[in-house]
Design a protein around this ligand. Structure first.
Ligand code: ADP
Length: 491
């Protein structure tokens, strides 16, 4: 298995940017070395793009939007190209899953799930763009007023390293379905699948300049892209601090933004919950992708009468969790880079030093290379809601448990962080399901379920510090377009 995956990727170790339908190196010829998180070893390079490269990519996208065949294509024709790209992704599924999992350290089954989700985004948006339409508006006598949904123009998509293939797909799908052109900048730690899919988009027949991929460091390529006056709209998924920098950069040109900035998502477990059904979902919500998921369920609020029972059962499950190499396909892989590993370890150390009870701890596989960026999953019990570990997004396999007294207490605790991305409510009481779901400040609320990262069709985005704007589903098509109102006088 290991050799097999390596051979697939060894075919191309020096990845290039895609600008105007062509594969190009950075103008400076400089590269960034790509490390595999599972063993810390270099296996590829990507271009270290900077302002000049961004300028070329934006010019190509600008030209394609302003003068290319793209602007005259119908929504149906654009949709067919997206669907064709989805099929190419499916045909290259093994290669892409191997590439993504080696690049990010995620277990290979998660790489395969990411391919399936990406494929589904292209399928969904391939069929969605021609279903979005405007309104006719009752207006003055002698007038007819109507609205059209028009593309913003050139969109910049700044992508994080946790689910590059999926997040690229939701940006590309919605933006291109509405007739925008794109410059995508993946994260310096995980650019390979984005480049490869950019190549497949050329094969699918997208006109030159419609989908450009430019790699490089955030502070160089990312900053140059978000402040570029040729960009009409910026969509970003990542940390709140970087989101603030990108919004400030886009504001220098008064451009619109969509921001998905993470969370500290709670799951509320009431005493009438079917615990056996809930347990695997509660664990998966924090362990999937090593907890490096914006919508990770990182807090569990448990009604006091069942607190001990649930905490003990979760502790037993945590004690059995094992982190290891992506191709060993264990419960979780390595963290994306040494800085992220240190960050998670620092949160765990500080919480333990503050006297917070460790209610469960997984392990690192004994065969895992010592130079890999692994951390063992940790479960903290009876956490004080004001503790740092209760408030800040760790972005790692660290779960905190809290006890609550009644429904009001549960809602107050659920809403007690600065974030508001996703929540889970577990109860058999139908009226309570509705009451609680309505009172939680989160962009998505699951009832008796939880879908970390899932749901192509489901609008997704945050309240409060988790950001603004909505991705996924039909809602993303509205974010990726603007309303034009046309008024006819005919009296
Ligand atoms: P992390 O801090 O974990 O690397 P970020 O949220 O900073 O996560 O990164 C997400 C994406 O934002 C990456 O593509 C990164 O290159 C990019 N990025 C980072 N800093 C900036 C910036 N100042 N301007 C624009 N993009 C940036």
């Amino acid at each position: 298995m290991v050799q097999n995956l390596s051979r697939i990727i060894a075919q191309d170790k020096n990845f290039l940017n895609i600008i105007n339908g062509r594969r190009v190196a950075a103008l400076s010829q400089e590269t960034i070395t790509v490390l595999c998180p599972s063993d810390g070893l270099a296996f590829a390079t990507i271009p270290a793009g900077s302002a000049g490269d961004v300028d070329r990519a934006v010019s190509a996208a600008r030209e394609a939007f302003d003068h290319g065949p793209w602007s005259r294509m119908t929504a149906v024709e654009r949709g067919r190209l997206l669907t064709r790209l989805g099929r190419l992704i499916e045909q290259h599924g093994d290669e892409l899953a191997a590439l993504e999992s080696r690049d990010t350290g995620k277990p290979i089954r998660q790489g395969r799930a990411d391919v399936a989700a990406a494929m589904r985004y292209y399928e969904f948006y391939g069929g969605a763009g021609d279903k979005i339409h405007g309104d006719t508006i009752p207006f003055l006598d002698g007038y007819t007023a109507l609205t059209l949904r028009e593309p913003h123009g050139v969109v910049a998509g700044i992508i994080p390293w946790n689910y590059p293939m999926q997040i690229m797909a939701r940006v590309v799908g919605a933006a291109l379905a509405m007739g925008n052109t794109l410059v995508v900048k993946p994260a310096e730690d995980a650019s390979l699948s984005t480049i490869r899919i950019g190549e497949l988009a050329v094969d699918a027949g997208f006109p030159d300049g419609v989908l450009n991929v430019i790699t490089g460091y955030g502070r160089e390529a990312g900053a140059a892209l978000s402040s570029h006056p040729g960009i009409d709209y910026v969509t970003f998924t990542g940390s709140p601090t970087t989101g603030t920098a990108i919004q400030q950069a886009a504001a220098t040109n008064n451009r619109g933004v969509t921001m998905e900035l993470g969370g500290k998502s709670p799951q509320i477990v009431f005493a009438d919950t079917d615990i056996e059904r809930a347990l695997p979902v509660l664990v998966n919500a924090i362990i999937q992708n090593g907890g490096q998921t914006c919508s990770a369920g990182s807090r569990i609020l448990i009604e006091r009468p069942i607190y001990d029972e649930v905490a003990t059962a979760l502790g037993e499950r945590f004690n059995k969790l094992v982190a290891g190499p992506h191709d060993a396909d264990l419960d979780l892989g390595a963290m994306i880079n040494p800085a992220q590993k240190r960050r998670v370890e620092n949160y765990v150390r500080a919480a333990a030093e503050a006297g917070i009870d460790v209610a469960g701890r997984g392990s690192i596989d004994s065969n895992a290379p010592a130079a890999g960026f692994y951390v063992a999953p940790v479960l903290f019990g009876a956490v004080d809601p004001s503790a740092i570990i209760a408030q800040e997004e760790v972005f790692g396999p660290v779960l905190s448990l809290f006890a609550f007294n009644d429904e009001q207490d549960a809602i107050r605790l659920a809403n007690s962080t600065e974030y508001g991305l996703v929540a889970g409510v577990w109860t058999k009481d139908g009226a309570r399901q509705h009451r609680v779901a309505k009172r939680i400040r989160a962009g998505q609320v699951f009832v008796n379920a939880y879908g970390a990262g899932g749901g192509i069709e489901l609008p997704f985005g945050g309240f409060k510090k988790s950001g603004h704007g909505r991705e996924k589903g039909f809602e993303a098509l509205y974010d990726m377009s603007a309303t034009k109102t046309i008024i006819f006088r005919h009296d």
